[in-house]
Design a protein. Sequence first.
Length: 296
Amino acid sequence: MNLATIILFVYNRPWHLQQTLKALKQNTLAEKSELFIYSDGNKDNTDEAKVLEVRRFIHDFRGFKSLKIIENDKNLGLAKSVIEGVSEVLSTNDKVIVLEDDIITVPSFLTFMNNALEYYQNNKNIFSISGYTYPINIPASYREEVFISYRSSSWGWATWKDRWEKTDWEVKDFNIFVKDKNAQRLFNRAGEDYTPMLYSQMRNEIDSWAIRWAYSHFRNNGYCLFPTKPLCENIGTDSSGTHSANTGKFDVTLQNVGEQIKLTEELEINEEIVQNIRKFFHPSVFRRMLNTFKGL
């Protein structure tokens, strides 16, 4: 198997990064995989020491077939870092596995991701692969070990060059989208937070690569594929990250089952799973009122 290149984006969280790399190194395929680490520059003097600590750690790290470190002199921010970094690696590779510095993986994570990338390579409806699974109820009647979703994930994910290159990061058709209530309804099959997030992105209220990547799934009739049992988790929902709040909502129990997960070609949307994801991301009363005020 031609293994996917791994990309890891890091900034100023040395403790989280150490946990991430320690877990990733324990993966079965780690020593056979190429790893690119993109280290963002500090915003000001307040985080310079942490950035330098992170860089000392990654330069001393071993455990992969090869390691390439790209250090940015300036602070690009996560969105620009991910878009430029993934695009750069995919300019010479066909597929990638992407992590940030707060994702803990089980030892079979890389095995599942590589197996899924190879298995679904020619299925153009599968736009990305996720190693994380939202803590929702999977119906007892659902017999498959993977499912497809309108919603994508940015916590331990993978994709192919031809899918990534379909993304319009400027969202040039946004003015058409805002007038098309049916398109908004379809986009929101992934969750009622999707259209408001895209609005916020286009109004420069947030800086998110993930919502634009999600919109690309929608515009290209693409799905994200998930395992029914999570193979990674986010330890950054502790207010340590730029975009993270302190919450346990997304906590999951990891199971090292990636090597045994059965992949299925003929997958269809399961409406019960869709509704459970929508319920999980259902906006609060305050958020719905705010969205109404904004005309969303």
